[in-house]
Ligand binder design. Structure first.
Ligand SMILES: *[C@@H]1O[C@H](CO)[C@@H](O)[C@H](O)[C@H]1NC(C)=O
Ligand SMILES: *[C@@H]1O[C@H](CO)[C@@H](O)[C@H](O)[C@H]1NC(C)=O
Ligand SMILES: *[C@@H]1O[C@H](CO)[C@@H](O)[C@H](O)[C@H]1NC(C)=O
Length: 630
């Protein structure tokens, strides 16, 4: 045992001695292992040249011998192959047109007199990378701190030039971090790569596409099975769908569409929620299914390490053929909705479009333009209101309204996917006191019926009482219990269908007499006000009668029958809002377009009643009848 140990020990001593003796001569251990070969490792691309040498010069060098990886041995002063030659003062070899079989360990030995220097070089021959192609890089618009990997090659540096910007040098792996992704970085990125083994830089283009998250909406009508498929898919998103809802804009209810569920006539359409697809199949669609639909998608996404719900995404889908004709009718109607708002209160105006919008703006009656943007700061004087541009809603809220803001406002809407002239709509704004007359001037004729209608501004607010003062200073205290049957003085009664509780103070005069002509006052105490509010209404007698809108109204009346034609004649003749009978049949009470909510109610009732031809027409007539046209 002892003997064996001794031998091992002697061996160790030997080794350490040998290393020590090298260390005396060379600076470090690596050099000792490699000898004097330089560079130690050399990577050369096929076809390039390899330059190898000893890192020291032997003073009295007499020969320089090269041994190739394949074992060939020659003196560099008389190479066997013209690919080899000497290229410096030191013992060296230049290998032209490197081929794969050149890979391996090359040895160089310089000798002269009693001295010699030895070294070797590991040569690695790589395939030529003359081009690098990779698929386009897709980025999400608006994402922050995005790392873009431009190359998977083992490069030592790269030079990156984004479109329209200076190039920047990136050491090491070729990647760029974008603080915020915008469409400005979209296009071809010029990249120059420094690749080991190649002198010339590798030039390449990387195509970068910036995709904005959006809804892809549309419909498919399968006439062979008589099915209507509507879809609303999210493209380029990191969000997941939590629910999916479809609603015809003309109806107040919708459909909760669930992956894999059907009620026999309405079912899910699409590849699945997991594919961010949301759609509805309507079997045996009815007339009313051809129209405008709204889809609403509930979404959630990862925020940090938590899943958080995000604002729902919405869009409108116009299903032909009904959509086009409906739009036409809307504009033909061209009715301005009136918004009654109390001075100093906040003004809210909303316009509705049948299609998704990209932008919208408002024109003040004095011509100034206002483009609503989301509410972000407390000092903002106006901001966007509504369910979103994609839901076709263009709305604005001003926090303080002044008398000068009265007049006709116009909203301009830019529909998605349609360039050209903007869609417009008009909204009549009246800045009033807490109680305001719907129409300040009413043209009447002796013996006819007239209605004096006052209503609260800022929506429906209850009234404590309702009174009128006639031009002859006769005061009338009235509420809905006074009907045509028990009319005051046989002629004055509360307008049927109206209600003090929702802010109506409305007087109907069944047969106008001489003493009714002149200035009337309506007055009431509005719910949360401390003083009585009033407004004036002037009744005047028509001198000459010119039916300005006759052509249009007659156009509408086609198909309504004799009764309706007589009715329209009556309406035109009267030119007043006082259509108690008519209103009761078609419109909900108090929907003269007071306040914003009423404007909406009107809108909804209009859309809702379009399902049958005749009701649409009658609503149209009613609208033109009580719109203030002067
Ligand atoms: C080589 O070594 C021998 C003996 O060690 C010596 O005589 C001779 O001078 C040396 N030659 C050179 C060139 O140094
Ligand atoms: C979305 O769904 C996928 C697959 O079910 C899941 O891996 C991912 O975490 C979900 N993300 C969110 C935000 O819910
Ligand atoms: C129009 O009205 C707005 C809002 O009251 C006001 O800011 C603007 O200065 C007015 N413009 C003109 C030209 O009077």
């Amino acid at each position: 045992m002892f003997w064996i140990k001794l031998i091992v020990l002697t061996g160790l001593l030997h080794v350490s001695f040998a290393v020590d003796s090298f260390s005396l001569k060379f600076d470090d251990a690596l050099l000792a292992q490699r000898g004097l070969g330089w560079p130690h490792n050399l990577q050369v691309t096929k076809g390039h040249e390899a330059l190898m040498k000893l890192s020291k010069t032997l003073d009295n060098e007499q020969s320089c011998h090269v041994t190739t990886p394949t074992g060939e041995h020659f003196d560099i002063s008389s190479p066997k192959n013209s690919r080899f030659e000497r290229w410096g003062d030191e013992c060296s070899v230049r290998v032209k047109n490197v081929v794969p079989s050149d890979e391996g360990r090359w040895r160089l030995i310089a000798s002269g007199g009693n001295d010699s220097l030895v070294g070797w070089i590991e040569l690695l021959v790589t395939e030529e990378t003359s081009s690098y192609s990779a698929p386009p890089i897709e980025l999400y618009d608006g994402a922050s701190d995005v790392k873009v990997d431009l190359s998977s090659l083992d490069n030592s540096y790269c030079l990156v030039a984004k479109p329209f910007s200076e190039s920047s040098l990136v050491p090491g792996h070729c990647s760029v971090t974008l603080d915020r992704t915008t469409r400005a970085v979209q296009g071809n990125w010029e990249v120059l790569l420094g690749i080991p083994g190649m002198v010339s830089e590798l030039s390449m283009k990387r195509h970068v596409i910036v995709e904005a998250e959006h809804l892809d909406v549309g419909y498919v009508h399968d006439s062979s099975t008589n099915k209507l498929h509507l879809y609303c898919n999210i493209l380029h998103t990191m969000k997941n769908i939590t629910f999916c809802r479809f609603q015809r804009t003309s109806q107040s209810y919708g459909y909760n569409v669930i992956d894999g569920l059907s009620d026999g006539s309405h079912s899910y359409y699409g590849k699945g929620f997991a594919w961010k697809e949301c759609g509805i199949t309507v079997e045996k669609p009815t007339q009313s299914d051809y129209g405008t639909w709204r889809c609403t998608l509930g979404v959630q996404m990862w925020v940090g390490n938590r899943i958080e719900p995000q604002p729902p995404m919405q869009a409108l889908i116009s299903v032909a053929p009904k959509a086009a004709s409906r739009r036409k009718r809307d504009t033909e109607q061209g009715e301005s909705k009136a918004v009654f708002v109390q001075e100093d209160g906040s003004l809210k105006i909303i316009c509705h479009a049948d299609v998704s919008l990209v932008y919208c703006w408002f024109q003040h009656p004095n011509g100034s333009q206002f483009t609503p943007l989301p509410l972000t700061s407390e000092n903002q004087t106006f901001w966007y209101t509504g369910e979103g541009m994609s839901a076709g809603q263009c709305g604005i809220t001003f926090n303080h309204v002044r008398k000068e803001d009265s007049g006709t406002w116009r909203c301009h809407m830019g529909p998605r996917g349609h360039l050209g002239v903007e869609m417009t709509d008009e909204v009549e704004v009246r800045v009033t006191g807490p109680l305001a007359a719907n129409r300040k001037e009413i043209k009447v004729s002796n013996g006819e019926t007239a209605t004096l209608y006052c209503h609260t501004s800022n929506g429906n607010r209850p009234l404590a009482y309702c009174r009128f003062l006639s031009p002859t200073f006769m005061g009338i205290n009235i509420d809905s219990s006074v009907t045509e049957q028990n009319a005051i003085l046989g002629r004055y009664y509360f307008t049927p269908g109206r209600n003090l509780d929702i802010g109506d103070c409305s007087l109907t005069i069944s047969s106008i007499e001489e003493q009714d002509i002149g200035e009337w006052t309506c007055a009431a105490v509005v719910d949360d006000e401390i003083v009585e509010s009033r407004d004036e209404i002037r009744l005047f007698v028509a001198e000459t009668f010119i039916p300005r809108r006759r052509a249009g109204v007659i156009g509408f009346s086609v198909g309504l029958g004799v009764l309706a034609v007589i009715f329209i004649g009556y309406v035109v003749y009267k030119r007043g809002p006082s259509l108690p009978l008519f209103r009761r049949q078609t419109n909900p009470p108090a929907s003269d377009g007071f306040s914003l909510r009423d404007a909406f109610a009107n809108d909804a009732s209009l859309t809702g009643s379009r399902s049958s031809q005749s009701s649409t027409e009658s609503v149209s007539v009613a609208q033109s009848a009580h719109s203030p046209r002067t």
